[in-house]
Design a protein around this ligand. Structure first.
Ligand code: GLN
Ligand code: ZN
Length: 777
């Protein structure tokens, strides 16, 4: 039996239905729906508009169609209150910035923003770089960071929301307007001048929110959801009383307010939240199930409590029978004041499992995408209203899926568990300390001082992409594919030799994506055909699913690295993707701690490392670009994360002889606070991003004495600019003041796959020249 049956169930209303219209209106609601479209319709519409192939009217028409379709889908799943305002042509935080009129003056766009102005903020112009983008909490979604100054003016620009509200009302949908709340909006913003605190802007921001809420009320909007996920962070103390002030000011002349929290527990603020003058509160009972017991008892009689018990962040089907008793108990205490919802917006999951026609038939019933999650919600609602018996079939199906999943040989591989349990502390230790290893390695690799290298990938030309695509489609056979990839490797090696780099790479031509490429060679991973999730703007990713115990099925990189090494006398560094990054960019199983899954991946990679070493590879890089983003939202949880993340890295890397050099790479320069953990990873060499920040990272090295080799990037690969030799020399001299020069490497900030060959060659030639000048003293 599959999930299809839920949709086809006779008790599921297929059309919009307003159960308790003007009264306590809703029992089930959704916090937000993925805006990109099940077939990435929004992506297509945006990109064709940006190319100039279509006009604004057709882009807006596409937007209208997508919204209407999504509202209809949500209604037909049986959700009572559907979100309006979660749609955005680029990003919902940018929509708030537009709605609040907080347009950064540097763009010279005046007071009101049109659609092209909106895209200018998001994507930059010839004269101005785009607004900064950063990760939305611990998700892989990126938002545009509000630029705040002491004199920032807020001015309501209704066009950025009210048309959509009217649209939903016109279609007869029962809309709940979704906005980012004032505290979270400010908290996620960034001060663009020194000496002022963005919280000072609150008194100027609140009147605009107030005006906005009043206007919504006058248009007949009954509920407004104000998202305040910042409450799940470690907020500085002054922000909490500000919450009281803010909501006291907003409440009087507004529709009913539902304050939504998610991504963590807000139990610390329970008393404060219960006392707020709002009509409802949403809590995340997936990330923080323990808070249900904090909120349900003596929850104020004038408020609804929305319990988010369907995981909005992951793709697993809910075991309804496990969730139902919690909700039944809550219902007994709260009655009509209990609302049901996913834990957070469904922005972070793909839309529809029905599109996954290629997925393993055994695996499919274990999963639920946005659409299926809403159906689960409707089933739970029915169970609460009409009793368990009314949803017996659904409970049984879900329980069966959970049992199949738990027992499946795809999930549990005793040999993997046995291997992980045999891991000893000694397996996590290199033979000798770094100071001894480094001598052996330098001699073996024949390295000069200021050695030069790159981060792994070389330009991925349209030609290389076409080769991979043709091979995937079956239009190119195995041997034809091999020849073409070998040709790309040969080209990369020849160019690196001509440039004069010291440690070469093969260029990663065979890789489409650094996680998918390894996942495909590992048991325990599956891939969707259409499981797209928005990353930013029109960019989407299709995260792999880690569903079971992980084991390597075959050697992954040895053939290509061996081929590359056969072409040159210079050492070729092999490239692997590290365990934390594999997890961070996938949907990860929820039936065991992430730490456990990380160790399994690490053990699989350790085999790959051993194979490479046996094949004579002298340098192996294990990339961990996602190491920092894996940090939990709350500081109190950092220590345990860092402990297992470091263990996982050591498990994959520490099995080699002293003479094998382990590299790692991380793509950011802000890790001052985790530098000791990075040192504990004990990689022989780490390469990091620093050129854009003018070596700001070096401050951290003044405080903490990082013991091993380090390559602070001197070439910003995000820009087509070719850095002159003198700039790179200056950056490295600056680095040499805090890090002993004998431990410094010379390399770009990150991989070069997005660059063209011409600029890459010129920049690397300059880099090699910079190293030569430094050697000359
Ligand atoms: N080795 C990878 C590359 O060069 C690293 C990518 C990354 O840091 N995200 O492309
Ligand atoms: Zn990088």
């Amino acid at each position: 039996m599959s999930l299809n049956n839920i949709r086809g169930h006779p008790m599921m209303p297929a059309l919009p239905h307003y159960r308790k219209e003007h009264h306590i209106v809703a029992v089930t609601h959704n916090l937000g729906f993925p805006r990109i479209g099940a077939r990435r319709e929004l992506k297509r519409a945006l990109e064709s508009y940006w190319k100039g192939a279509t006009d604004e009217a057709s882009l807006r028409e596409a937007g209208r169609r997508i919204r209407a379709e999504h509202w209809r889908l949500q209604m037909s799943s049986g959700v009572d209150l559907i979100p309006v305002g979660d749609f955005a042509y680029y990003d919902h935080m940018l929509n708030m910035t537009a709605l609040l009129g907080a347009i950064p003056p540097r763009f010279g766009l005046g007071d009101t923003l049109d659609l092209d102005g909106y895209f200018a903020l998001a994507r930059g112009t010839d004269a101005q770089t785009a607004m900064e983008m950063t990760k939305w909490f611990d998700t892989n979604y990126h938002y545009l960071v509000p630029e705040l100054r002491r004199d920032t003016v807020f001015r309501l620009d209704q066009r950025w929301l009210f048309d959509e509200v009217a649209e939903a009302q016109g279609l007869g949908f029962h809309a709940k307007v979704v906005l980012v709340g004032p505290l979270t909006y400010l908290y996620l913003g960034k001060e663009k001048e020194a000496g002022f605190d963005r919280l000072e802007l609150l008194p100027r921001l609140l009147p605009v929110y107030r005006e906005l809420l009043a206007a919504l009320k006058s248009r007949g909007v009954a509920w407004v959801q104000l998202d305040e996920p910042a409450l799940a962070l470690d907020l500085p103390p002054a922000w909490l009383p500000a919450l009281d002030t803010a909501y006291a000011e907003l409440a009087p002349d507004s529709p009913r307010l539902l304050l939504a929290t998610y991504f963590g527990s807000v139990a610390d603020h329970a008393d404060r939240l219960k006392a707020l003058p709002v009509a409802g509160l949403h809590i995340d009972a997936v990330r923080a199930p323990e808070q249900v017991d904090v909120f349900v008892p003596d929850f104020p009689a004038d408020k609804v409590l929305s319990i988010g018990s369907i995981d909005g962040r992951n793709i697993w089907r809910t075991d309804l029978a496990r969730v139902l008793p919690v909700l039944e108990a809550a219902k007994a205490a709260l009655g009509e004041r209990l609302w049901l919802a996913p834990s957070c917006s469904l922005l972070h999951v793909p839309i529809d499992l029905e599109l996954e026609t290629e997925l393993d038939r055994e695996v499919r019933p274990w999963l639920a995408f946005a659409q299926q999650k809403l159906e689960e919600l409707a089933v739970l609602d029915r169970g609460l209203r009409l009793g368990r018996e009314s949803i017996r079939t659904e409970l049984e199906e879900a329980a069966l899926a959970a049992r199949d999943r738990a027992l499946s040989p795809l999930v549990r591989r005793p040999e993997v568990r046995a291997a992980v349990s045999r891991v000893r502390e000694a397996d996590l230790q290199r033979c000798s300390p770094f100071t001894q290893r480094v001598e052996t390695q330098r001699a073996r690799l024949g390295l000069p001082s200021w050695p030069t290298t790159t981060i792994g990938s070389f330009p991925q030309t349209p030609d290389i992409r076409a080769v991979r695509a043709a091979y995937r489609r079956g239009d190119l056979d195995e041997s034809g594919y091999r020849q073409r990839i070998q040709a790309a490797i040969r080209l990369a090696i020849e160019k690196q030799e001509a440039i004069g780099l010291d440690v070469l790479v093969h260029g990663e031509a065979e890789r489409n994506d650094m996680v998918e490429y390894f996942g495909e060679a590992l048991d325990g991973f599956v891939f969707t055909g259409n499981g797209w999730v928005q990353s930013y703007g029109s960019r989407c990713v299709k995260p792999p699913i880690v569903l079971g115990d992980v084991a390597r099925t075959r050697p992954i990189t040895t053939e290509w690295i061996g081929y590359a090494q056969s072409l040159t006398r210079k050492p070729v560094k092999a490239m692997l993707t590290g365990p934390v990054t594999m997890l961070q960019w996938s949907f990860v199983r929820d039936d065991q701690p992430r730490a456990e899954t990380a160790l399994q991946i690490a053990l699989a990679l350790r085999e790959e490392v051993a194979d490479l070493e046996r094949a004579g590879v002298a340098a192996i890089q294990i990339d961990e670009p996602a190491f920092r983003e894996g940090l939990p939202l709350r500081r109190a949880e950092w220590e345990s994360y860092l402990a297992w993340a470091v263990r996982a890295f050591r498990l994959c890397s520490a099995g080699v002889a002293d003479a094998t050099q382990i590299h790692t790479h991380m793509c950011y320069s802000e890790f001052n606070d985790i530098l000791p953990s990075i040192a504990e990873m004990d990689a022989d060499v780490i390469t990091i991003e620093t050129s854009r920040s003018d070596m700001a990272l070096l401050d951290a090295f003044q405080v903490f004495d990082y013991p091993n080799d380090i390559g602070p990037g001197v070439y910003d690969i995000h820009s087509p600019r070719v850095p002159p030799v003198a700039d790179m020399v200056a950056l490295l001299r600056k680095a040499g003041q805090v890090i002993p020069p004998e431990r410094l490497w010379v390399n770009p900030d990150c991989g070069l796959k997005t660059r063209g060959w011409a600029e890459t060659e010129q920049a690397l030639r300059n880099m090699v020249q910079a190293a030569a000048e430094l050697r000359a003293g």
